[in-house]
Design a protein around this ligand. Structure first.
Ligand SMILES: NC(=O)CC[C@H](N)C(=O)O
Length: 356
């Protein structure tokens, strides 16, 4: 099945389709992870985006039923150099092609993913179309021009109802902007009683479950769009220990009056070096974000930068001077990628126990 990838700058890539037969539009981003395609695809933070994998072989160890980060693929499409149709792994239940088919996602392979990545690095993230429906370039252009890729992504991916997962330890409220399963797993592994609340939960709703602490989750889209959550976080921070991860970190920055901005092409991969200033140690981290916190905008707002990206010096973590509130831009839960930063969850637990 022939397929076309068409970029906003007019570039055309001809390849083969896999997954669902169809036409899809999204924001083109690249991910440098060598493994973890299943977790990347099911990470809700990719909602609305089309992911170009820089690693050239995807699907070689198959897809299983237990390592999804959410129930669905929220990304709009998937671009790879080669797919493997003969996966080999004792846990494998299906191929990557079968996964995309079963979750209604359009994919393209057999294209020069290295050249696509270079384009994004030069021009920044771009809008693009993948089509495996034999459309003409003019039809594809029209679809690109007439499709709005901005959407209420957090509303779409967040839980609609409150979910409680019993535990004997600290009571943690997770505000779900698109939470990854492995964040919940990390809290469960630490015996927490976890309550997952919708993205628009009010301060009163959160406090009514009497949590010991609150986790503001990762999620898709522009942090400035969740205005109610930013207002809610202003109250939250003054009253209860709070941990922000990725989008949650950006929301905390906005809640203290700081600023966020869109990066040229973001950080997405399993090998981003981060320096933890307090520990005087560097870590290899898993990342997936297109926005970042403006360093200058938070330093006079009672926030202290605690983590720095070793490639571009962007803010990777911060803490409040007076309140038990801290956050990281990267993914301490890994999945995919290294889990060396899971000490962030241990730190959260010790803050819930009264440490600052
Ligand atoms: N993983 C995330 O939480 C991503 C946060 C935000 N959507 C960004 O792209 O920067």
């Amino acid at each position: 099945m022939d397929a076309i990838l068409y970029l906003e700058d007019g570039s055309i890539y001809e390849g083969k389709g896999f997954g669902k037969v169809g036409t899809t539009v999204g924001e083109l981003v690249f991910n440098t992870s060598m493994t973890g395609y299943q977790e990347i695809l099911t990470d809700p933070s990719y909602a609305g985006q089309i992911i170009n994998m820089t690693y050239p072989l995807i699907g070689n160890y198959g897809v299983n039923n237990i390592e999804n980060e959410s129930l669905k693929i929220h990304a709009k499409g998937f671009i790879v150099k080669n797919i493997s149709n003969n996966p080999s792994n004792y846990m494998s239940d299906k191929s990557i092609d079968e996964m995309l088919k079963s979750m209604d996602i359009v994919g393209i392979y057999g294209v020069d993913t290295r050249s696509i990545t270079k384009k994004i690095r030069n021009s920044g993230v771009l809008k693009c179309v993948i089509s495996s429906e034999n459309l003409s370039i003019n039809e594809i252009k029209e679809i690109l021009n007439n499709t709005e890729i901005k959407d209420d992504w957090m509303k779409k991916v967040s839980t609609k109802e409150i979910i409680n997962i019993k535990g004997d330890g600290y009571k943690v409220a997770v505000v779900d902007f698109g939470v990854k399963q492995n964040i919940i797993n990390n809290l469960k592994q630490r015996d927490c009683d976890v309550t997952i609340l919708p993205y628009n939960a009010s301060f009163e709703e959160i406090m009514s479950i009497k949590p010991d602490g609150v986790l503001l989750s990762n999620g898709p889209g522009d942090p400035k769009e969740v205005k109610d959550a930013i207002e809610m976080t202003k109250e939250l921070m003054k009253n209860i220990p709070t941990l922000g991860i990725c989008l949650g970190h950006q929301i905390i920055a906005l809640a203290v009056g700081g600023n966020t901005y869109k990066m040229k092409y973001g950080h997405r991969g399993g090998n981003h070096g981060v320096y933890d200033i307090d520990k005087d140690k560097s870590y290899i981290t898993s990342q997936n974000h297109g926005y970042a916190v403006d360093k200058n905008s938070i330093e006079d707002k009672d926030m202290i930068v605690t983590h720095i990206n070793l490639n571009d010096n962007t803010v990777e973590g911060m803490k409040h001077k007076n309140y038990p509130v801290f956050s990281v831009q990267y993914h301490p839960e890994g999945s995919p990628g290294p889990q060396d930063s899971s000490y962030i969850f241990d730190k959260f637990i010790s803050v819930l126990g009264g440490d600052q």
